[in-house]
Design a protein around this ligand. Structure first.
Ligand code: C2E
Ligand code: MG
Ligand code: MG
Length: 786
């Protein structure tokens, strides 16, 4: 059984058995009241013996039925009672037979019962409870020594010593004192247990009964009387209480040890001390005064009560000291546990404020430090940095490599920072530096050092990885709130990313105004489809061979009510950033397909070229959206060209893989793909060979302008060379070419000469509303008919 638990053995006695103790107490108690008044001595004697036998039977029954885990104390009680009965049987009670010569010897034999009972009571609470084995003896000692004063001053001296009356049964003098010891041990049962069990209460009451019985017997005998009624009744009552204790289910319960707090806080015990400490000297004093008044002071009169009083005081002091030690131990334990609690709290705090992968402070701690720096009006800056293309590393090489790259990047960053500057990890690949105590130029220098340090590759698990960073820097300013500083630093970071990565942007007012304008645009754009404010314009695509209009490019316009029309450059970037481009792009696609399908029905078999944002290609159902637009409009798949930018296909990773899968699926059904603004993005052209594309749209920046040198007689020779190279490359790869931004007849001539397939530009037509474009189709010089 675990310490500190109160349990009754599993499967305990059946229900009725739990009540036996009560029946026993009632019957034996009634017998105790009635017996002394029975007129027949032999019947009384027989019933007394029967009472003793009943106690033995109750003890045996209790032990058998409840089977206590630690029965030794109860067995000792049983043997004590059997021994007493044996004494009674071998030497029948002097009161019943009268005048036996060997009273003294009989009494001595009787006295042996007391050590047995004392042992039983001492053993009981400590069994199975080490902590209780030696507990409560100081209290027992205090009560006993106090009782000794009472015994001496109230019984021994007035009834034995003063009258010089040594009783014929000398053991009777000792009996009350022994009973007091037994009673003190009985009280101990109640003092030391963590809970007061009913069995112990009954046992303690039995010891009190014994004390009353023997004290009454002593007084009666010393006065020459017979066995008094009170003595007999108390003795029987003690038996009844003892037997019912043995039959009570709680006799098998292992008492839990009281907590040390209980010991410190035990008011009941404190009261006993007070009564004892106050009463014993008073009794001793009164007694000695009385003795000296009648001139009967003997050595014993002084030694016994004064010695007992002194012993009581010494024991009280001992107990106080014990309690003091307990208190001190508790204080030490409390201090230790407070220390541990602090440690744990520090650990939890560290955990909550640090990142588990890199061990760096996290966003929360950074927030705290920025707040402190602002409050202290310290100079410095918050630098937020984000690893460019980290997601690609994760997608291509897995998270383990990604994690290792982050740790390596952390190490490199840490080496760069001056002592006192704080490096924190904000999110997966986002870090922040709180640069302290430097002016703006110092902070910018830190940012530049970071940029250049991160340009050299990292060796991670056999891969050479590049992890350049984009940086946003916000100088600290005492007037700002922490949230503002973070917001501004992020704004600068996004600007750095948008500006092409691997660079640093410092926050300034213009940046925040731009951001504000963008968010306002996004806000207004959100409802633009529903409010019918978006329009698709169509710009003709002209076949250079015969200068017929073979297609159109769909170009979006935004016409908010009562305002001038907004060009796509003004809102497409915001739509891309906010993700609004996805529904907008889908709308343009459906609308373009509808318009051009209508033209097809009018037998103008032109193609329509629709711009597709990289964000749209990230959608898992992009291909399905296209098929649905074709199906719903009735436009043949072969009449649709999707314009994508180079970046979408050149990057690596899951997003690109998905985009390529979409395009392959669509091409499998006849949809064509064109690379828009070709030549503005990536220098390597080799990738064109492997990608799912059909046309290249040469960016308008390549269109040769008027001759740079007067009299050279033709357009800018460098531009011409470039356009020729692109057209030749495309032809080699069997890709169609469309020239954008054609504004002059010379450009048209040049493109035709170089073998370009189609052209688009103001020279032929500006982007037009659907009906204006439709009109052009019906124009005999322009339109194509099937
Ligand atoms: P883009 O796809 O390269 O479209 C060609 C742009 O060049 C159009 O500008 C067009 O009006 C303009 N352009 C045509 N001919 C000439 C010319 O001779 N000279 C000059 N200087 N410009 C000419 P626009 O309509 O302002 O569109 C700008 C960009 O907005 C487009 O460039 C395209 O990237 C984007 N965009 C337009 N509509 C959509 C759309 O529905 N979805 C997506 N994702 N982007 C769109
Ligand atoms: Mg385009
Ligand atoms: Mg273009």
């Amino acid at each position: 059984m675990a310490d500190g638990q109160t349990t009754v053995r599993a499967g305990g006695p059946p229900g009725p058995a739990r009540r036996w103790w009560l029946w026993y107490l009632c019957v034996a108690g009634a017998a105790a009241v009635v017996l002394p008044f029975l007129p027949w001595t032999s019947v009384r004697t027989a019933l007394r013996l029967l009472g003793a036998l009943a106690v033995i039977a109750a003890l045996v029954a209790g032990l058998r039925v409840y089977r206590p885990r630690h029965p030794l104390g109860w067995y000792l009680l049983l043997s004590g009672i059997i021994y007493a009965l044996f004494c009674d049987l071998v030497w029948p009670l002097p009161q019943s037979v009268g005048g036996m010569s060997d009273y003294a010897a009989t009494g001595l034999f009787h006295l042996v019962t007391y050590p047995i009972l004392a042992c039983a009571l001492m053993v009981l609470p400590g069994q199975g409870r080490r902590a209780l084995r030696f507990a409560g003896y100081t209290e027992t000692g205090i009560i006993t020594s106090g009782a000794a004063v009472v015994w001496w001053t109230l019984l021994v001296d007035p009834y034995v010593l003063d009258p010089g009356r040594i009783p014929s049964q000398p053991h009777l003098v000792a009996l009350p004192m022994l009973d007091m010891v037994i009673f003190a041990l009985g009280l101990r049962l109640l003092l030391v247990g963590g809970t007061k069990s009913a069995a112990y209460v009954l046992l303690c009451a039995a010891t009190a009964g014994l004390l009353v019985a023997d004290s009454a017997l002593f007084l009666s005998t010393i006065n020459g009387g017979d066995l008094p009624v009170l003595s007999m009744a108390s003795w029987m009552a003690a038996n009844a209480l003892l037997g019912s204790a043995a039959l009570h289910p709680s006799m098998a319960v292992t008492q839990p040890a009281p907590s040390e707090d209980d010991a410190l806080d035990d008011l009941g015990t404190a009261r006993i001390y007070i009564v004892t400490v106050v009463a014993t000297p008073i009794m001793t004093g009164i007694f000695l005064l009385h003795e000296s008044a009648v001139d009967r002071v003997t050595a014993g009169d002084v030694i016994v009560p004064v010695g007992a009083t002194a012993l009581t005081a010494a024991l009280v002091v001992t107990r106080m000291r014990q309690l003091n030690l307990v208190g001190r131990r508790r204080a030490v334990a409390l201090e230790q546990s407070l220390g541990k609690q602090q440690e744990l709290q520090d650990e939890l705090r560290h955990h909550a404020q640090h990142d588990s992968l890199t061990g760096l402070p996290n966003r929360e701690l950074l927030y705290e430090r920025v707040t402190a720096a602002l409050a202290a009006e310290r100079p410095g800056a918050l630098i937020v940095l984000d690893l460019d293309e980290f997601k690609e590393v994760n997608d291509r090489f897995g998270h383990a490599v990604g994690d290792e790259l982050l740790v390596a990047a952390t190490g490199r960053l840490q080496k760069l920072l001056p002592a006192g500057d704080l490096l924190a990890r904000l999110d997966s690949d986002e870090f922040a530096i709180l640069a302290h105590d430097g002016d703006a130029a110092d902070c910018i220098r830190i940012g530049e050092r970071v940029l250049s340090a991160m340009r050299s590759p990292f060796a991670v698990q056999g891969h050479e990885l590049f992890a350049t960073v984009s940086i946003g820097l916000r100088a600290l300013d005492g007037d700002l709130l922490t949230g503002d500083v973070l917001r501004d630093a992020y704004l600068a970071l996004h600007a750095a990313k948008a500006a092409g990565r691997d660079q640093m942007t410092l926050f300034d007012r213009a940046l925040s105004e731009k951001k504000l304008a963008v968010s306002r645009t996004v806000e207004r754009l959100r409802g633009a489809i529903d409010r019918d404010e978006l329009i698709v314009y169509f710009q003709p695509l002209v076949r250079l061979a015969d200068e017929r209009m073979t297609g159109v490019e769909a170009l979006i316009r935004w016409q908010p009510a009562g305002e001038t029309m907004i060009a796509p450059d003004q809102f497409i970037p915001a739509a891309e950033d906010s993700g609004l481009i996805v529904p907008i792009g889908e709308w343009v696609l459906r609308r373009s397909c509808e318009v051009v399908a209508e033209w097809h029905r009018r037998r103008h078999a032109v193609v329509v070229s629709v711009n597709v944002s990289p964000r749209q290609l990230r959608e898992t159902d992009f291909a399905a959206q296209v098929f649905s637009a074709l199906r719903d409009s009735g436009l043949p798949a072969s009449a649709l060209i999707l314009e994508i930018t180079e970046g979408v296909l050149v990057a690596s990773g899951m997003v690109t893989d998905q985009a390529i899968r979409h395009l392959e699926t669509l091409r499998g059904h006849g949809v064509k793909v064109a690379v828009d603004d070709f030549g503005t993005g990536y220098s390597s052209l080799a990738y064109l060979r492997d990608l799912p594309i059909d046309h290249v749209k040469i960016d308008k920046s390549f269109m040769p302008g008027p001759a740079t040198e007067p009299g050279s007689g033709g357009p800018d020779p460098t531009a011409r060379t470039m356009v020729k190279a692109i057209i030749d490359l495309a032809a080699g790869l069997k890709l169609g070419t469309i020239a954008e931004g054609v504004e002059t007849r010379e450009q048209v001539e040049l493109l035709r000469e170089l073998g370009c397939d189609r052209a688009q530009g103001y020279y032929y037509a500006r982007p037009l509303p659907a009906d204006a474009a439709a009109k052009l189709l019906t124009n005999a010089e322009w339109g194509t008919r099937v």
